[in-house]
Design a protein around this ligand. Structure first.
Ligand code: RIB
Ligand code: CA
Length: 317
C-alpha cells in the first residue's frame, strides 16, 4: 500500500509513523503536517524526527497553519510542549520540502490516479483544501482512512466531539461530504476500545531497542495524561489503530452511514451527526444530516488483542 500521510505529531501520530515503518506492505510516499496537537511547522519537524529514527525519508511538507473558520487551538496539554512528550530532542537533520501539504496531496493524486491511500490523523484542513483545489480528488485516490469523530460514543475534547473534528469542523464536514467512494472512519468508537493498559505499557517498558525506548519516552507524558483521565494506568492509541486498520481491514467490523458535522451547535460544534434510527418510514421525521452524501465505513468493532500485539511487535524492531 502506498500512503500519503497527513498528520499532527503528536505522540500517537508519532507511534503511528513507527507502526507503519515496521510494516513491509506499507510505503509512506509523502507526509504533510497540519495544525492540531501542535502548530503545523512543529508538526512537520516532529514528523521528520520520527521518520529519521525509523530510517525513512519521504518528503515532508508543512500544511495548514490554522482551521478554515476558527482560531488555532492546539493540545500541548495532552502531547507536551514539543508535541513529543518533552522528548523531541535535537532538531532533525532533514528539512521540510517546498510547497504545501494540500498541494502535495493534489500533485501526487493526479500523478498516480487510483493508486494512493490517504491516511489522515489530524484535523482535516489539508484534505479539505486539497478537495477544493481538485474536486475530482475522491476519484483520484484509491482510498481514504480518517482518524476522527465520535459517532456513537462521547467525545474527548468536548462531551460531543473528538479533537481532530473539533479542531476544524468545517473541514471535517467538507471531507465527509466530498463523495469519497471508499472512506473508512476510525473514530473514538473504535479507538476507545483499543486502550493500551498497564500490562501492555509494562511490556513496552521492558522491550529493548531504540524504537521501543523512544516510544516509551513518548508515552511518559501522554500516558500520564490519559491515566489521570481514566483513573487507571492506560492510554488510547488513536492514530496507530487507524494505521493498522488501513493496512488490515479485517481487524475491524464496520457499519456504513452518511455523516455530517454539527457546525452551529451552541454546545455541540464538531460533533458527528448521523441518523442511527435504522428506519425508513414516512411516519418519522427525516433528518438533513448526511442527506445525499456517500456513506462512509464507520469502524464499530476492533480485534483489540491482535492490534495491541502487532503494535508491540512493531515497536520492538
Ligand atoms: O481525538 C484523537 C485525535 O486527536 C488523535 O489523532 C490525536 O493525535 C489528536 O490529533
Ligand atoms: Ca493525530
Amino acid at each position: 500500500m502506498r500512503i500519503i500521510l497527513d498528520t499532527d505529531p503528536g505522540v500517537d501520530d508519532a507511534l503511528a509513523i513507527m507502526y507503519l515503518a515496521a510494516q513491509s506492505d506499507a510505503e509512506i510516499v509523502a507526509v504533510g503536517s497540519v495544525h492540531g496537537n501542535v502548530p503545523a511547522p512543529l508538526g512537520a519537524l516532529n514528523a521528520l524526527r520520527v521518520l529519521e529514527l525509523v530510517g525513512l525519508n519521504p518528503p515532508v511538507t508543512v500544511g495548514a497553519a490554522r482551521p478554515l473558520a476558527q482560531p488555532l487551538q492546539t493540545a500541548e496539554f495532552v502531547h507536551g510542549d514539543d508535541g513529543l512528550g518533552g522528548h523531541a530532542g535535537d532538531p532533525p537533520t532533514g528539512t521540510v520540502a517546498p510547497g504545501s501539504a494540500a498541494e502535495q496531496i493534489v500533485r501526487l493524486a493526479r500523478a498516480n490516479p487510483g493508486e494512493l491511500t490517504l491516511l489522515a490523523l489530524g484535523p482535516l484542513t489539508n484534505v479539505a483544501l486539497a478537495v477544493l483545489l481538485e474536486p475530482d480528488l475522491p476519484n483520484l485516490l484509491r482510498s481514504v482512512v480518517v482518524m476522527g469523530g465520535a459517532v456513537t460514543v462521547p467525545g474527548n475534547i468536548t462531551p460531543y466531539a473528538d479533537a481532530n473534528f473539533y479542531h476544524d469542523p468545517e473541514a471535517a464536514d467538507l471531507v465527509l461530504g466530498a463523495g469519497f467512494p471508499d472512506l473508512i472512519l476510525v473514530g473514538l468508537d473504535a479507538t476507545e476500545q483499543a486502550r493500551a493498559g498497564s500490562e501492555w505499557l509494562a511490556s513496552l517498558a521492558a522491550a529493548e531497542g531504540p524504537r521501543a525506548s523512544f516510544a516509551n519516552k513518548l508515552l511518559d507524558h501522554y500516558a500520564r495524561f490519559y491515566s489521570n483521565m481514566f483513573g487507571e494506568h492506560s492510554c488510547t492509541l488513536h492514530d496507530p489503530l487507524a494505521a493498522a486498520i488501513m493496512l488490515d481491514q479485517k481487524l475491524a467490523g464496520y457499519r456504513e452511514m452518511p455523516l455530517s458535522i454539527e457546525l452551529n451547535g451552541t454546545h455541540t460544534r464538531g460533533q458527528v451527526v448521523s441518523d442511527l434510527r435504522l428506519i425508513s418510514s414516512d411516519a418519522y421525521i427525516t433528518t438533513s444530516a448526511g442527506a445525499g452524501r456517500v456513506p462512509v465505513k464507520v469502524v464499530e468493532t476492533v480485534d483489540v488483542p491482535t492490534f495491541l500485539d502487532q503494535m508491540l511487535k512493531a515497536l520492538q524492531l
